[in-house]
Design a protein around this ligand. Sequence first.
Ligand SMILES: NC(=O)c1ccc[n+]([C@@H]2O[C@H](COP(=O)([O-])OP(=O)(O)OC[C@H]3O[C@@H](n4cnc5c(N)ncnc54)[C@H](OP(=O)(O)O)[C@@H]3O)[C@@H](O)[C@H]2O)c1
Length: 268
Amino acid sequence: MADVTTKKAGIPAVEAKGARIPLLGLGTWELRGRVCARVVEQALRLGYRHIDTAEMYDNEREVGEGLRGSGVKRDEVFITTKIWPTHFAPREFDRAVHECLARLRLSDVDLLLLHWPSTRLPLAETISVLVKAKRDGLARHIGVSNFSVAQIEEATRLSGVPLVCNQFECNPFVDQSALIKACRQLGMAVVAYSPIARGRVRDNELLSRIGAAHKKSATQVCLRFLVQQHMVVIPRTSKVERLSENAAIFDFSLSETEMASIAALARA
Ligand SMILES: NC(=O)c1ccc[n+]([C@@H]2O[C@H](COP(=O)([O-])OP(=O)(O)OC[C@H]3O[C@@H](n4cnc5c(N)ncnc54)[C@H](OP(=O)(O)O)[C@@H]3O)[C@@H](O)[C@H]2O)c1
């Protein structure tokens, strides 16, 4: 695996099946209204090049506003959105994707995900509507979220088009080793959501201790732990000052011993 430590400006990316996904993105769940637009705009000004939204977050309009307000060119930013399972029937899906694009005021997204597997519809049907959205030029890449090992295997078998990622909860407090291994075997990128355990990592003693040795916060150590394993992280913050903290994770490395001790947290 390539090194993900860089002193140069710019955020490294992970490559998966033709997609280049910036290793750091901004999560936007629960960011609404002016706060959302402002945080997205500031994040892009600070160098973030990846924004994660979803039709369910009810903030795509503000994400689009933030993008335009930042002055950063559209083709320099990687935008992900997700479709909720109640919209997986073919006509509904097509309409939902067009509505996402209208709210974002974009002609396509970089990555379109199935937000959760459907408990009602057969996977074959859902995958084919997702593939159609890509063929129709509405998404440059497609993928899934919250899929289990068996589900990513089946989805990959059913899709004639590469599924570039699985987005799921991943942080030092949850053991996702089996799912991570399966994604790697299938060549899918891992996109880690709730990467800082909804803010809880800040108070962790081990992460704080390791951070003190590197002059970094526990949150930065946590994010570094994930990106050093080539996982994409999408931490959310509503506070502009935390955007820089969460992005300063590419100028230091954790030792093998530190990585192993953090990995042991999930088993504790
Ligand atoms: N696919 C899915 O089903 C799914 C599910 C959940 C999440 N996601 C995506 O993943 C993103 C991230 O996950 P998440 O929002 O659940 O949680 P998260 O990013 O792990 O944590 C967000 C929380 O951490 C706090 N925080 C941020 N930076 C901090 C820092 N430097 N120090 C201390 N606290 C900090 C934030 O508070 P402040 O706002 O006060 O900074 C917020 O309360 C979401 O926003 C969404 O885009 C996807």
